[in-house]
Design a protein around this ligand. Sequence first.
Ligand SMILES: NC(=O)c1ccc[n+]([C@@H]2O[C@H](COP(=O)([O-])OP(=O)(O)OC[C@H]3O[C@@H](n4cnc5c(N)ncnc54)[C@H](O)[C@@H]3O)[C@@H](O)[C@H]2O)c1
Length: 389
Amino acid sequence: MKTLTAAQIGCGKFAWSQDFPNMKKHPDVRLKWACDVRRENAEKAAAEFGVPKVTDDFMEAVSDPEVDFIKIATTHEVHLPIIQAAARAGKHIFCEKPMAMFDEEAYRIIREVRRDGVKLCVDLNRRMAPSMTALRKKWLSHKADPKHNPWQYVEKMRDPLPEENLPHLLIRIQDESASYGLGHLNPLTGGGEIIGESVHWLDLACWFFAPALPCEITAWGSSRLSHGIYLKFTDGASMTLDFTCSGTFDYPKELYELTDNAALFRNLFFVENNYYGMPDNAPEVFPMQAYSGGVREEGFDAYLRKYRERVSASSGNSKTLEKVDPFTVDKGHYAMLDAFIQAIRNNTPSPCDEIAGFRSTYLAQRAIESIGFRQTLPIPVEKITPCIE
Ligand SMILES: NC(=O)c1ccc[n+]([C@@H]2O[C@H](COP(=O)([O-])OP(=O)(O)OC[C@H]3O[C@@H](n4cnc5c(N)ncnc54)[C@H](O)[C@@H]3O)[C@@H](O)[C@H]2O)c1
């Protein structure tokens, strides 16, 4: 099968850290174009990653007959025109999250890709992290056939009540917010952290609890920075997100805890899963995506040691160090790219399609409305399942 030819649109920080390295590494991808409205960004990236063609006009890359798919990593407000042009030229599209900033824009994206029969993959990558797919698999097998520890101390003096034993996913994000540029927070280009970041966790909850659909949302705090979201599903499952921007990168940013049927499934920053309340409960550890230091072990404690080793040997802005010596846990970016490549080759469904992209945008906007109204809001079924040809 032929190698797929790609064009990178948007050559900023994210493209440097994930898109260029991952596409270079993928055996079935040939990266032909680096495109950025700031031409110097495209030129620098092309020189660093050996990309043959440079442009500051995405139409040039999109209309190249050799290009099979484009990767979008621009600011958020230009996704629709780029997707529109790519779809009309018959190119498949791998688009950074959020797919869109507003519902109307998301509807139009769905129409564009469906009308032109191209595949769209939105990089809501947490669902593809190896540790996250392992966590969900473990939970589903517990759900299908719950086994409890022999020492479980609950005295079963009554039948379960209806609201007992419903799955709940707790997501704790502690972030160092100085890392967000103004473009991310600007309502015209970024939209703030609910649109820019929490789409990840809204998507993750939808993926975890599918085929149940979200039916109710409550949010509080600031849509721009720190906030919380409670999302309820039609089968009684729920997700609570606690996102604080007053944290520090000195401690891992993400923690996930799913509880269900007297068991706990915990993911520690993509490097370790712990399981409690069931007999088969050995922890699982997962390799980092990029690490070049001397600690050989994997897992959460080892991650903390690796981090300490790295920061104690450096000074100044760690972002600079990140460029020359990447230090990243595996959040599923490469797996998402690979799954998308396979979907194009085998003509199978996208690993994170336009409906998933729409859903996370719609839920993020509903969360922002909930903050504005200080109210719990319904998620009507006809809204969350749009029918668009
Ligand atoms: N999936 C993840 O985990 C993850 C993590 C970080 C960032 N992101 C996403 O990646 C995207 C880029 O973020 P970033 O931090 O690299 O931002 P950035 O500002 O560093 O880079 C964006 C680049 O896009 C360019 N650009 C803007 N409009 C363009 C256009 N019309 N055509 C070509 N280039 C254009 C800008 O000049 C800039 O170089 C955003 O969607 C962000 O949300 C995703």
